[in-house]
Design a binder for this molecule. Structure first.
Ligand SMILES: NC(=O)c1ccc[n+]([C@@H]2O[C@H](COP(=O)([O-])OP(=O)(O)OC[C@H]3O[C@@H](n4cnc5c(N)ncnc54)[C@H](O)[C@@H]3O)[C@@H](O)[C@H]2O)c1
Length: 300
């Protein structure tokens, strides 16, 4: 199959590309390398360097490659950036998705859109299900939800394109994927940041929980959602069933690295719990199988 992966030089995208290549697909990666790395794109894969906001770049790639499947992962990520660069987050994530939809419409390709549990904002009723409402705090308080709202708008645009243009599109929400190549810098994600930190900073009381999901499991779900027929218009939460508090996560990582744990101020807009409804995953036969202890052991 011919597969176009936007954001394919990044964390999830590059793991996906590895799997696509190993089963013999033809793959083109579209990435501006703002967070991704050229070295993460395997030999034999064409890397088109460019910005997903640039519609002419999509047209060029589609004219040359005619993708049958598009995995649209390119997006601005990283909690600090949601606050500081809300305008860029909204621009890349919304306009990049609009262009991905136009590309899928023009080529007839199937589209997988990468949303996030943050598309539900601060919804406190758990588990988060496809029919949960999104809850966003007033915009003047903080701009953290530039990201979650951009993902909500992405989902909305996908459903609009399905309804009005018959697009075959699917939505995925990975829940805190972790594994090799995860960014550990100041704009990174929690497991990698904690693995590199000394002391390990825990925000607030640390009792906020997440479902940390091993990248190998997440990529298996990504492949299935891209490959299986008859999933048009469906959304899937790719989450581990294990709920862990940030304090427990810090303790597990501190046992590995020997780092001390300190408490810092709370992050605006941080959900207290984030647990997924997984009942829809029977359709793709997917369940995370790697425990947090097993996953962390592979990152030592
Ligand atoms: N990792 C997770 O746990 C998680 C959770 C929920 C949602 N997601 C979503 O999955 C997708 C991939 O996430 P990730 O963790 O691999 O992030 P990542 O930052 O590693 O990957 C994103 C990639 O997009 C590229 N990119 C950013 N802006 C671009 C632009 N304007 N034009 C072209 N390329 C651009 C980056 O260079 C990077 O390679 C994102 O859409 C993210 O929102 C990830």
């Amino acid at each position: 199959m011919r597969v176009l992966v936007s954001g394919g030089a990044g964390f999830l995208g590059s793991h996906l590309v590895d799997q696509l290549i190993s089963r013999g697909d033809e793959v083109v990666v579209f990435d501006d390398l703002s967070r991704g790395h050229r070295e993460q794109v395997p030999n034999g894969v064409i890397l088109v360097e460019g910005d997903v906001r640039d519609s002419s770049k999509w047209t060029e790639i589609c004219a040359q490659f005619s993708p049958e499947l598009i995995h649209h992962l390119a997006a601005v990520n990283g909690t600090r950036r949601f606050h500081r660069e809300a305008d860029i987050v909204a621009d890349v994530n919304v306009n990049g998705t609009r262009n991905a939809i136009e590309a899928a419409k023009a080529t007839g390709a199937r589209l997988v859109f990468y949303s996030s549990p943050e598309s539900f904002g601060e919804q406190s009723v758990m588990p988060l299900a496809n029919d949960s409402n999104s809850v966003f705090t007033p915009a003047h308080e903080h701009q953290r939800h530039s990201y979650g709202a951009s993902k909500y708008l992405g989902e909305l645009l996908i459903h609009h394109a399905i309804r009005d243009f018959g697009l075959d599109a699917r939505i995925l929400r990975p829940f805190n994927a972790y594994g090799p190549r995860l960014h550990g810098d100041a704009d990174g994600q929690v497991v990698s940041m904690m693995l590199l930190a000394n002391p390990i900073e825990v925000h607030g009381d640390g009792l906020q929980t997440r479902s940390m999901t091993w990248v190998g499991d997440v990529v298996e779900g990504m492949l299935r959602v891209g490959d299986l027929p008859d999933l048009c218009g469906m959304s899937f939460n790719l989450a581990s069933e294990e709920e862990v508090s940030m304090l427990n996560l810090a303790s597990m990582i501190s046992e590995i690295t020997g780092a001390k744990i300190v408490h810092t101020g709370e992050n605006h807009g941080d959900s207290r719990r984030r647990v997924a409804d997984l009942s829809g995953n029977d359709k793709i036969g997917w369940k995370a199988s790697t425990s947090l202890v097993e996953g962390l052991a592979q990152l030592r």
